[in-house]
Design a protein around this ligand. Structure first.
Ligand code: AKB
Length: 314
């Protein structure tokens, strides 16, 4: 019988990582998915390694120890946090990426997932129905690191045949984990505050429309692109991915349909400038055509699943 491919998730305690590890383990078995992060969780379930993604030798040792073949490298500083520490953000986001790409170049691992983001776009990008290929002039250190990473993906694929696969994540909204320092975080915080206090003060303007996705859809996309036949992956930099698009006022009124007493106020901060440079909505037809991407959640079903789960925690 063929043995299961061993998987390593780097950055396993973050917003995407925690849900991804859970889903991969349901699919492939606990022992086939090694979780790793820079810190140890209070409660460890399944194989776990403390790992600094900037330590190339440590990654290699863990990969060899567990006979890992697929790596999901999610360790990064997100847009808002990265602006507070640009040099460190650049170092972490780029060095970590190279360390994993080089393991594939050496033939030690054979597939990589690396997340890019809508942050690769910028003020002169067409902001409506943003095409897969268009002007990209990111204005944040996070966006610059993601765009550079995308070019390295293409380079490593063309020069060394590295099988790296990537998605440009929109803002992720889910109830299973908390966001970690992004510009789209308001779309998660709003639900926690709605349930706790019945009101929320948003750090973006009411009409700042951004592409968003339900976290369950994002995790499914991540696993689907990794499991697609190699020849279907025609974009090696990173794929546009869409779920839904809304602005804070639209999200507030979708919440008010279920919680009429919910109140929203606006106090925009530095994150407004970042959000204003990002697309309103994204054209993800390449992902739909190449590996059959299809989101399941829209704004109304997102609001339903978020309120249902946050009102009655498991
Ligand atoms: C952020 O807001 O920085 C992230 C992203 C869109 O990549 N959620």
């Amino acid at each position: 019988m063929e043995s299961e491919t061993k998987i390593l998730v780097i950055g396993a305690l973050g917003q995407v990582g925690s849900e991804l590890v859970e889903t991969l383990r349901e699919k492939h078995g606990i022992d086939n998915v090694v979780a790793s992060d820079i810190r140890k969780p209070d409660h460890v379930v399944g194989p776990f390694e403390v790992l600094d993604v900037m330590d190339a030798e440590a990654i290699k040792q863990i990969v060899l120890k567990h006979n890992i073949k697929h790596v999901y490298n999610l360790a990064a500083l997100l847009s808002a946090t990265a602006e507070k520490n640009p040099e460190f953000a650049w170092k972490l986001n780029m060095e970590g990426h190279f360390n994993v790409l080089n393991l594939a170049k050496e033939g030690i691992i054979d597939r990589i997932f690396w997340p890019s983001s809508i942050a690769v776009f910028g003020p002169t990008t067409p902001l409506d129905n943003t095409p897969q290929d268009c002007i990209m002039d990111p204005s944040t250190v996070y966006g610059i690191s993601k765009l550079a990473g995308e070019r390295w993906n293409q380079y490593y694929f063309e020069k060394y045949g590295v099988d790296v696969r990537s998605i440009r994540y929109p803002g992720l909204v889910g109830y299973k984990s908390l966001p970690g320092g992004g510009t789209t975080d308001y779309a998660v915080d709003i639900f926690h505050q709605a349930v706790k206090q019945g009101r929320y003060t948003c750090f973006l303007n009411s009409d700042t429309k951004l592409p968003m996705i339900y976290s369950g859809d994002a995790i499914r996309a991540t696993i689907e692109i990794m499991e697609a036949p190699k020849e279907n992956i025609k974009v090696r930099s990173s794929y546009n991915l869409a779920g839904m698009s809304f602005d804070p006022a639209e999200l507030a009124s979708a919440i008010q349909k279920q919680m009429p007493e919910f109140e929203m106020a606006y106090e925009p901060d530095f994150r407004q400038g970042i959000a204003a440079s990002w697309p309103n909505c994204i054209d993800d037809s390449a992902a739909r055509n190449d590996w059959n991407w299809n989101p399941a959640y829209d704004t109304n079903s997102l609001v339903e699943v978020m309120l249902e789960n946050l009102r009655q925690p498991a």
